[in-house]
Design a binder for this molecule. Structure first.
Ligand code: AMP
Length: 624
């Protein structure tokens, strides 16, 4: 395996960072005192004296006697320290013709108004608020406003469709929704309001208030049944800028973020104010490692955990300036991301392998035609980073010696990087890197014994850390079922080599990873079953050089149902309308029957083997 040494030998800053991280790795053998020591990185109203409370394991609690509100660390603290005029957030439009920035002081004022607008409708501590908005400043303000009043936000990615949105609103028992009229993608508008209206047209009985951000000020406010519909901007504009934050217990829920698991029911991953703040602030400082005064650009979306931790809470807690851009990666031109990096003089970039593969696809000229000399640190998460892409990104984006590329592995449940190659550490191509401080891992064989170095197995987190999820919303059983005698089962398979470098082999469950987005087979199948002609459905992911995986489906039709001329186009359209545009269907096959186990479970593994032209025995048992 090729080892690429980074700037460690020549960059004293990176070397210092590496030594500090190595000390932290040693210290984190005692998680409770390690993390209690890190608690001072955030602002508390009552400073905790206790670290880990394992009395109700695996429901671990952290900092139980502490009280806080995460928005104090993200906002008020910077103003109190005299940094109110520092730019907090910079929004860029898809074609870069529009740009909005706001200082920490301005952001606090906007959050205050939004918090007061929510409070004016009686929304308060513990109420769930679903946010269905594109990547705009107002969406981040909405998240922070919920946190400020102790309400629990649940951002639903604006690429999901009406039934996915409805099931999340219902599962959360949301009291209110905040919806935008449209999002911009590839030069066109996605009509989010129409999707929101359709979602709210049935069920969603707990929603009493809907706030609508009208980016198009001429559009009419919709009526949404008996609910109170408010213009979001007007509701905020009439409020005072100051809104005292609600002081909550460390274990008070901050947000739910729905992700995919093995069942069709979306999984509402719960994170809390205290532990999440401490863990995210720590990894933001040590791994994401943006230097003082440096510009930081993240290409994720608030609909994902990377967006929550590395675009909103993490950078704001660290007092950084974060640049983000609404829209498609390569629209209106293949060089648009480079233009953004060059214009904004970006030093650190958080992105995904898919984005790098897109850039690579367009060749070197695009990168070489721009001045990327500010860029020194590119972080990549969400799916495996192929060695070719690593080497290309290091050479073309970071000029080989000027900077480096760091892979990192985590998931919605873990809230922050767990395994990675931090600045100052040598990269081993094809591996993600080392377990980061506070993260204890084990690779387990199918028979439950520990795998040897170099041997594949199921990847477990063996010790709790403060920012590991607390439960699955409304379903403690499901949460507990993801733990066993080895610890928390991540759902991934991995290998660790003799030096401790971990390679991720992919999911061990039926989760498909399209362009870094996690989609459950079962959720796609449920959406297909909503089609009146579909009797049975199976969804699988097939490896793809650009997107990691692509979606392939098999359906059997009801007796007498018409056979569509073009099954891919037909069911693709249906999936777009139900699950949402994120579910791009690469191929649909109409089958006479689906392969099943004796108990009637569809054998997706067999379908995958057939699709790949493999002998069925070639598929790893880990994939079962
Ligand atoms: P999500 O919860 O949507 O962030 O998806 C998490 C899943 O993405 C993980 O369980 C992995 O399967 C995959 N993943 C995330 N980061 C990486 C990475 N650096 N390398 C390989 N797979 C990754």
């Amino acid at each position: 395996m090729e080892v690429v040494s980074l700037t460690a030998s020549t960059d004293p800053d990176a070397a210092r960072k590496r030594d500090a991280l190595l000390r932290d790795i040693a210290a984190s053998a005692d998680p409770s005192s390690f993390w209690l020591g890190r608690a001072s990185e955030v602002a508390w109203q009552r400073v905790p004296t206790r670290g880990l409370d394992a009395a109700d394991a695996p429901t671990y609690r952290w900092f139980a006697d502490g009280t806080l509100n995460i928005t104090e660390s993200a906002l008020d603290r910077h103003i109190a320290q005299g940094n109110g005029e520092r730019i907090a957030l910079v929004w860029l439009s898809e074609d870069l013709t529009e740009r909005r920035e706001c200082t920490y002081a301005a952001l606090l004022a906007m959050v205050g108004q939004a918090a007061n607008a929510l409070r004016a409708r009686g929304i308060g501590v513990g109420d769930r608020v679903v946010i269905y908005m594109p990547l705009v400043l107002e969406a981040m303000v909405a998240m922070l406003a919920c946190a400020r009043i102790g309400a629990v936000h649940s951002v639903v990615y604006a690429g999901l469709g009406a039934s996915a949105l409805r099931s999340r609103i219902e599962d959360a028992g949301a009291r209110a929704v905040i919806i935008a009229d449209y999002g911009m993608r590839r030069g066109g508008r996605t009509d989010l309001l129409a999707i929101g209206r359709e979602a709210l047209a049935e069920g969603c009985a707990t929603v009493t208030d809907a706030f609508v951000l009208r980016r198009d000020r001429n559009a009419a406010l919709p009526s949404l049944g008996a609910r109170t519909v408010l213009d979001y901007a007007d509701a905020c504009a009439t409020q005072a800028h100051e809104a005292p934050f609600a002081i909550v217990e460390a274990e008070h829920p901050l947000f739910l973020l729905y992700t995919s698991g093995t069942t069709g029911k979306p999984k509402g991953v719960v994170h809390v104010h205290g532990g999440y703040a401490v863990g995210v602030a720590y990894h933001m400082r040590t791994f994401v490692d943006v230097r003082p005064g440096e510009r930081y650009f993240a290409t994720s979306d608030i609909g994902w955990i990377v967006g929550h931790s590395c675009m909103v809470y993490g950078p704001l807690m660290r007092g950084l300036t974060t640049v983000f851009r609404e829209g498609g990666l390569d629209h209106p031109s293949p060089g648009v991301l480079y233009d953004a990096i060059a214009r904004e003089r970006i030093g650190a970039l958080f992105t995904a392998p898919t984005a790098l593969r897109f850039l690579m696809k367009y060749g070197n000229e695009q990168a070489r035609a721009r001045d990327l000399s500010s860029l020194r640190w590119v972080m990549c998460a969400g799916e495996p980073l192929n060695p070719e892409v690593y080497t290309w990104a290091r050479r073309e984006l970071c000029g080989d010696t000027r900077g480096n590329v760091g892979d990192n592995w985590w998931q919605t449940e873990a809230a922050a990087p767990c395994v990675g190659t931090p600045p100052g550490f040598a990269a081993k191509l094809g591996t993600v890197g080392l377990a980061l401080p506070g993260v204890h891992l084990r690779i387990v064989r199918p028979d439950g014994t520990n795998a040897d170095a170099g041997e594949a197995g199921a990847l477990y987190v063996t010790a709790p850390f403060p920012h590991l999820f607390r439960t699955v919303w409304g379903d403690d059983e499901r949460f507990r079922a993801s733990w066993d005698e080895h610890g928390y089962r991540t759902g991934d398979a991995g290998i660790r080599d003799e030096d401790g470098y971990v390679t991720i082999l992919g999911r061990t469950d039926d989760v498909i990873q399209i362009a870094g987005h996690r989609i459950g087979s079962a959720e796609i199948e449920n959406a297909l079953l909503e089609h009146p002609h579909v009797a049975e459905a199976a969804a699988i992911g097939i490896p793809d050089p650009l997107k990691g995986e692509i979606l392939v489906c098999f359906v059997t039709l009801r007796v007498g149902a018409p056979v569509p001329d073009d099954a891919t186009a037909h069911f693709g359209k249906h999936l777009r309308a139900t699950f949402g545009p994120i579910a791009v269907l690469a191929k649909a096959t109409i089958a006479a029957a689906l392969p099943k186990t004796r108990s009637g479970k569809i054998m997706r593994r067999v379908l995958r083997a057939r699709e790949l032209g493999l002998d069925e025995g070639d598929i790893s048992t880990l994939d079962a």
